[in-house]
Write a protein of this length. Structure first.
Length: 444
């Protein structure tokens, strides 16, 4: 199949699409064959706004010249380096940069190729840390309802989205905090006011499970995939205090919030709360080369390094063929250079105000039951049709596609995370078209 032609029904069967209704896809396949800046192009010449920066991963838009040059330059120099027992200069350069960027003493970086691998790496590290501290019984985890930490077994154990877990049998021992969506916060602009108390649910879990058995609490600073569910201002602080009190590690999954989405480099900076481990992926390379990273505290690193054993023993029995892949490191260095600087964060914060107004202008349209936003992330919650819970958001997204906007839907939410390089006019245009799609759909 060339980039100009549509797939045949036969060729479509061979590609089993990820997290997709393949049967629906076969009826109306959506292909993009080119991307430039804020836009995707289909093989038949349709141009679409990319309203989610790919899957939250391309804040610099598509075809970024500096990233292209970094990758092609790297290809000429070193295409692959063994990840075990050997490394390469860009891996150290990137680690130094990440250590400098990450809050507090999060100074040590382990690499992988995705957010899912980052979550499982972080969970394994938490268990290994407690074992190294002589407390192997601290092995259970606490996640949060509606949380998403990828699709591997660790990630779905702590994840809080039922459909992602239901087909896979036994998971790790994990318990879940309640989610932070509250009806009284509906249509909040930015941080909701209610909900600090929801962190106290940790105490109830500990009453039954006992802190002596718990390795870590893992949460996203704001739940992205769950539908941009934002905690109230004091929630994460309270969670941090409780974790400290009970000697439990706190892991922030910053796969979505990392690298500027909230107008600060990390969600931890935005909320001014320090985790013990931070995971990231996606925007780390602007989505151009797969990469994930786990950034850990001095205490965890040093504990692992100080384990008894001879000098040949491996401190953390974990890693991937593609850990710190040279092309990914090159892409990450070029991306971070452009994203993680005060001018870009200022730009995101400036656009966020306009984005907030534009998304909240959808209030009052039929079927819109909540709108949430923070930084350049937002969700429009669509009233569920009880008979077909997944239908409306999916149908509205299909209409948006016809109107030239790629809109991501998940459950009953439409999610938005436009590229940081958007102009005010682009944000207005995206939401004008989405408003039309919702209005027409509700009438039909
Ligand atoms: N943690 C978080 C917080 C994520 O959002 C992952 C882990 C897993 O990352 P990988 O790279 O293994 O996919 C994610 C991924 C959506 C959407 O529409 C979100 C994700 C992926 C695809 C779609 O919200 N998040």
């Amino acid at each position: 199949m060339s980039s100009q032609t549509k797939p045949t029904p036969e060729s479509m069967r061979h590609h089993w699409l990820a997290f997709t209704s393949n049967r629906r896809f076969h009826q109306s396949p959506r292909l993009v064959s080119k991307a430039e800046g804020l836009f995707y192009h289909t093989p038949d010449g349709h141009k679409l706004y990319d309203s989610l920066s790919g899957l939250w991963c391309s804040p610099l838009g598509h075809g970024n010249q500096a990233i292209k040059e970094a990758i092609t330059g790297q290809l000429d120099e070193l295409d692959y380096a063994p990840a075990f027992n050997v490394s390469h200069p860009k891996a150290f350069e990137l680690s130094e940069k990440l250590a400098a960027l990450a809050p507090g003493d999060l100074d040590h970086v382990l690499y992988c190729s995705s957010g899912s691998e980052a979550a499982d790496t972080a969970l394994k590290l938490a268990r290994a840390y407690w074992r190294a501290k002589g407390k192997p019984e601290k092995s259970k985890f606490i996640g949060r309802a509606k949380g998403y930490h990828g699709v591997n077994f660790g990630g779905i154990s702590v994840g809080g989205i039922g459909p992602n877990r239901k087909s896979y049998g036994q998971t790790l021992d994990a318990y879940h905090l309640p989610h932070t969506w509250l009806a009284e916060n509906a249509f909040s602009r930015g941080l909701p006011t209610e909900g600090d108390h929801l962190a106290d649910a940790l105490n109830q879990i500990l009453e039954v499970q006992d802190a002596s058995n718990i390795a870590a609490v893992i949460v996203e600073p704001m739940a992205g995939s769950g539908g941009v569910i934002i905690p109230s201002a004091g929630y994460l602080k309270r969670l941090r205090e409780l974790c400290d009190k009970h000697d439990i590690l706190l892991i922030f999954d910053e796969v979505i919030t990392g690298f500027g989405r909230m107008g600060e480099v990390f969600g931890a900076d935005y909320f001014n709360v320090q985790p013990d481990i931070l995971t990231c992926a996606k925007a780390l390379t602007n989505g151009v080369v797969p990469m994930g990273a786990v950034i850990t505290s001095q205490e965890i690193y040093q504990t692992m390094m100080d384990q008894p054993g001879d000098e040949y023993s491996i401190e953390f029995m974990h890693g991937y063929t593609y850990s710190a892949h040279p092309l990914a490191c090159a892409a990450a260095l070029a991306s971070i250079e452009q994203i993680a600087n005060p001018a870009m964060m200022e730009q995101v914060r400036g656009l966020s105000e306009l984005f907030e107004n534009a998304i909240h202008d959808l209030r009052g349209l039929p079927l819109v039951e909540d709108i949430r936003n923070i930084g350049l992330a937002g969700a429009v919650q669509i009233e569920m049709d009880p008979a077909h819970p997944l239908k409306r958001a999916s149908d509205i997204s299909a209409r948006c596609w016809e109107k030239g906007v790629y809109v991501r839907f998940g459950g009953n939410n439409l999610s938005f995370a436009p590229p940081f390089i958007s102009q005010p006019q682009d944000i207005h245009e995206i939401f004008a078209r989405v408003a039309e799609a919702i209005t027409e759909y509700a009438k039909a």
